[in-house]
Design a protein around this ligand. Structure first.
Ligand SMILES: Cc1cc2nc3c(=O)[nH]c(=O)nc-3n(C[C@H](O)[C@H](O)[C@H](O)COP(=O)(O)OP(=O)(O)OC[C@H]3O[C@@H](n4cnc5c(N)ncnc54)[C@H](O)[C@@H]3O)c2cc1C
Length: 499
């Protein structure tokens, strides 16, 4: 790796200007801002043995697969706004390919079937492929709600109000494919308004977004290399402390002290916490002293981590269909091993023998508590349904991450439950004394996505740099619900709606 190895940190006797807690996308981008502002007395503290966080690849046999993020989601339309992750991918020559969403095969418990029409007619986060009615668009109707100053509901209510009601297992699977597979939670667990603008800012160029293009990383150096290569352009060995888990964070308006699992203690004027909101929800993992003010704790607990689990399976020989994707409609259970992707395909890793299935949300949480053997048994049961009459051998390899139980993530990415309040979003980011916060979860437009982590890290890095350099500190917006929205002052005034 071109990256420096871990620092020999300076302990209590010395004080850093800034501690950046967490070396994922947000942490690295914040560090870059400090560097550009001429601040070099900072340290990134990361529990894992490399930078990247949820950019996390895994070597399955001879193939690098992505157990964390895999797509650059949204690129650029014409001269419109460009996704900064796309810029990074271009700069560091990420090897990508596209998916052909139409190359989808359908299955139920009796094998091949065809519910293309159910998928087409199912309302989606954006119009389903081939759907003709713009009214099938959840975000569109959400926009109307905002314009008419109506309150948020969950996305299930939105679907129902559009007249879309689940009739059978095919509707289940179709809706799952459009919704849960993106948000990692079910429509009833998700904000109608937040999922809608979140979708638009990334995918809908006509509504200020990047583009509806998704680029899949098939880079054998791992998706994470674009972040690590970028870090290597400015980070010095003395700026990074790897394999060091934070246990306690003590903060005030004069400084921050951080205790590591090793018992060592680091001190700084400011600290930026980039741990996921899931980690912040677990004080037994990382303890903050003093406890957060009520408004901060409420904002943290207002959000939920969705879990997105890719179960990679590898066989000596491919026995499955040639399609890129498969959608399985289980008769009894919504979201039961529903979305299958073949990597043994000419567009990806031909000859690899790799087929993977994604589960999300409550199913992920359930499955994480099973043993690998129990998971394999369930997966084999579904494959036997999908391919009746085929003698399917045990796979030679299986791998998946338990993101929900992982103390360093506590889920895959954040998702706003209904109802969404701009004030909670502001309070999630707002700093408390000398403790700042950034990560995908603090992003208004792009929560959940890499671009959210990138832009929030930059924003926090700039704010802290200005403070350190004596150019003025931003006033924390945290506190009781307030009435202004920095993004769309005239656009959404929750206070008025709820009076
Ligand atoms: C399965 C999955 C699929 C995804 N798919 C996509 C996708 O295709 N496209 C997309 O745009 N986004 C996707 N995402 C989301 C994307 O990966 C995240 O939004 C982004 O990586 C978050 O970056 P971050 O810096 O906010 O947080 P993180 O990457 O979580 O960084 C925080 C860092 O803090 C460290 N840490 C945590 N606790 C401690 C502690 N106590 N002490 C020290 N260090 C600690 C962690 O190890 C981590 O490195 C996916 C995520 C997952 C998990």
């Amino acid at each position: 790796s071109p990256l420096p190895t871990s620092a020999s940190p300076r302990w209590t006797s010395d004080t850093y200007d800034v501690l950046i807690l967490g070396g994922g996308v947000a942490g690295v981008m914040a560090a870059q801002q400090l560097h550009e502002a001429g601040i070099e007395n900072y340290l990134i503290v990361e529990a894992r043995d490399e930078l990247g966080g949820r950019m996390h690849s895994y070597k399955l046999d001879n193939y690098t697969v992505e157990v964390g993020c895999n797509w650059v989601q949204g690129t650029q339309t014409g001269n419109g706004p460009i996704n900064p992750i796309y810029s990074l991918a271009l700069k560091h020559k990420l090897v990508t390919t596209t998916n052909n969403w139409e190359d989808l095969q359908f299955y139920d418990e009796k094998g091949h079937t065809d519910f293309k029409d159910a998928v087409r007619l199912s309302v989606g986060r954006s119009p389903a492929p081939g759907a003709d009615a713009a009214t099938d668009d959840l975000p569109l109707l959400s926009g109307e709600r905002i314009d008419n100053r109506k309150v948020d509901l969950n996305a299930r209510s939105g679907y129902s109000l559009m007249g879309h009601r689940i009739k059978d297992k095919y509707d289940w699977a179709s809706e799952y494919y459009h919704f849960d597979w993106e948000w990692a939670q079910a429509p009833e667990q998700s904000s109608w308004i937040a999922t809608s603008f979140n979708n638009n800012f990334t995918f809908d160029a006509s509504r200020g977004g990047f583009s509806d293009e998704n680029l899949l990383s098939v880079d054998q150096k791992g998706f994470k290399h674009i972040l690590q290569d970028e870090a290597a352009t400015f980070l010095k060995a003395s700026n990074v402390l790897l394999s060091s888990t934070v246990k306690d964070i003590n903060y005030s308006d004069s400084g921050v002290s951080v205790k590591l699992e090793s018992g060592d203690e680091l001190k700084a004027k400011y600290a930026l916490v980039t741990f996921s909101v899931g980690v912040l929800q677990h004080p037994e993992d990382v303890k903050f002293e003093p406890a957060f003010p009520d408004w901060k704790q409420e904002a943290i607990d207002a959000m939920k981590m969705g879990t997105y689990t890719k179960i990679f399976l590898q066989w000596e020989e491919k026995f499955w269909d040639d399609n890129e994707m498969g959608l399985y409609a289980d008769p009894y259970r919504r979201g039961y091993y529903p979305v299958w992707q073949s990597l043994d395909h000419e567009r990806f890793f031909p000859g690899s023998g790799i087929y993977f299935v994604t589960i999300t949300g409550d199913e992920s949480e359930r499955v994480e508590n099973l043993s690998d053997e129990q998971v394999l048994e369930e997966v084999m049961g579904v494959l036997k349904n999908m391919y009746p009459g085929k003698d399917i051998p045990r796979p030679k390899n299986m791998h998946f991450n338990r993101w929900y139980n992982d103390k360093l993530t506590r889920g895959a990415f954040s998702n706003w439950p209904a109802s969404f309040y701009v004030e909670h979003q502001d309070n999630l980011r707002a700093h408390v004394n000398n403790l700042y916060f950034a990560g995908e979860h603090t992003s208004f437009e792009f929560y959940g996505y890499l671009q959210g982590a990138y832009l929030e890290g930059q924003k926090a890095g700039k704010a802290i740099a200005s403070c350190v350099n004596g150019k003025g500190c931003v006033k924390s917006t945290g506190g009781d619900f307030h009435n202004k929205n920095e993004y769309f002052p005239q656009w959404y005034n929750v206070q008025e709606v709820h009076k």
